[in-house]
Design a protein around this ligand. Structure first.
Ligand SMILES: [Zn+2]
Length: 420
């Protein structure tokens, strides 16, 4: 494959402490992998066409580590409801409509377009319990060049009658869907996706743990999100005092598991998550909207837990991972106050790292421009965010983009080495 050469102001976070900035430089990839960042174009590339973006920012693609594709239908609605009422009024009736493939196609196309326009190059995604609609979602994501792990979700208990499987059907449909899709796409793969512990019987959790192991698949779900959810889990599994031990009992915590939220971890549970190498999807906008709580992100980072960011549509209302970065800082400041200023709040480079390399590591070498990383990049034209007299440093430009940019500023994207 021909080399790809991008010219502009290149910024990434190989470590979470600082931005690594390269104004007026060249980012080069060969065979879809980054070969380096250069101030002068090396001689051997002199005859290769350069995609010149002037002074625009070239940043790693954004990674959304937890998002519900069917909930895109009602994003921004019911934000003033409590979780259970919101699920009953919006989530469950809407998800039931994805039995209809023509309905699914309309919304999944719009969902994938929104992700792409907002600079998301990789995502970990909930579908519905319907295997055909989930397969359609995977096809659409592949076509629109979004790298993703997608889940046909499982729910066979504590769910409305019109959206509930039998344990046998849940596992049989999941197996068939895995077999049908695991080798079918280049950028999109299946993930084992129990909705969460309350909606999955013991036999389904056990079966899913075995399927994840048999097919060597990633796992995606919710963990310790809400006090109501957690009390259901405590009642059902009184031998454990936390959600993590329940998932672990069924073999669902591995180095290729991503769990959303983790708002109320016990110390033991946090150490277990670290030990197993699980990635936590931090979804600040959703945590505030559904009034679930504030997760101890600083403590997780200090312990060395892997953390990425999620939009959690439609608990969150925006698909933008720039919004998630901005709100991760905001929420961490509330936690700083709550901890009597013990848990220091996130820095801007830290929040940027979480939304790029922090999530990207779940997909392999993704989310950074270090040599050998897959070329996932977005180009951001931030001129509309500045007035001509501004004398901002490159770091300040990125900071303003995090807080103020939207899809109009994102002018190009590259996924796994190819322009998308
Ligand atoms: Zn969620």
């Amino acid at each position: 494959m021909n080399p790809v050469i991008l010219h502009g102001t290149i910024v990434h976070t190989p470590t979470k402490e600082v931005f690594d900035c390269h104004p007026d430089s060249y980012l080069i990839s060969e065979d879809c992998k980054v070969t380096g960042i250069f101030q002068e174009l090396p001689e051997k590339y002199k005859n290769v066409p350069v995609l010149d973006y002037g002074n625009s920012l070239i940043l790693p693609g954004l990674c959304d580590m937890h998002v519900h594709a069917p909930q895109f239908v009602y994003r921004g609605l019911g934000i003033d409801l409590q979780l259970m009422e919101w699920l009953d009024r919006y989530a469950f009736p809407t998800e039931a409509r994805f039995a209809d493939l023509s309905y699914a196609r309309i919304y999944y196309e719009a969902f994938a377009d929104a992700l792409a326009k907002n600079g998301t190059t990789r995502a970990v995604i909930f579908g519905t319990l319907h295997a055909p609609a989930t397969e359609l979602l995977m096809e659409i994501l592949e076509k629109k060049k979004i790298g993703a792990y997608v889940g046909k979700i499982n729910m066979d208990t504590l769910s409305p009658d019109y959206l509930c499987e039998t344990p046998k059907q849940s596992l049989a449909d999941t197996r068939k869907w895995i077999e049908d899709t695991k080798d079918r796409f280049h950028l999109v793969k299946p993930a084992v996706t129990p909705r969460f512990i309350p909606t999955c019987s013991t036999s389904v959790l056990e079966g899913l743990g075995k399927l994840a192991q048999e097919f060597d698949l990633p796992v995606h779900s919710h963990i310790s999100e809400d006090l109501g959810e957690m009390s259901i889990v405590r009642d059902r599994y009184p031998q454990y005092d936390n959600d993590g031990d329940v998932y672990d009992h069924f073999g669902l915590l591995t180095s290729h598991t991503v769990m959303a939220h983790f708002i109320y971890p016990t110390r033991h549970e946090m150490e277990l998550i670290k030990e197993r190498g699980v990635t936590i999807a931090h979804c600040p906008q959703s945590n505030g909207n559904v009034a679930a709580g504030i997760p101890p992100i600083r403590q997780m980072l200090d312990l060395g837990v892997k953390v990425g960011l999620g939009s959690d549509i439609a608990g969150g209302y925006s698909v933008s991972i720039f919004r998630a970065m901005s709100e991760a800082v905001y929420l961490s400041k509330l936690q700083w106050l709550r901890s009597e200023k013990k848990d220091s709040f996130l820095s801007v480079p830290e929040s940027f790292y979480l939304g790029t390399k922090g999530g990207g590591q779940f997909f392999g070498k993704v989310g950074s421009f270090e040599t050998g990383y897959e070329l996932d990049a977005i180009v951001v034209d931030d001129r509309s965010l500045c007035v001509p007299a501004d004398r901002l440093s490159t770091e300040e430009r990125v900071e303003r983009v995090i807080h103020l940019a939207d899809d109009r500023n994102i002018i190009s994207r590259f996924v796994a080495g190819e322009q998308a």
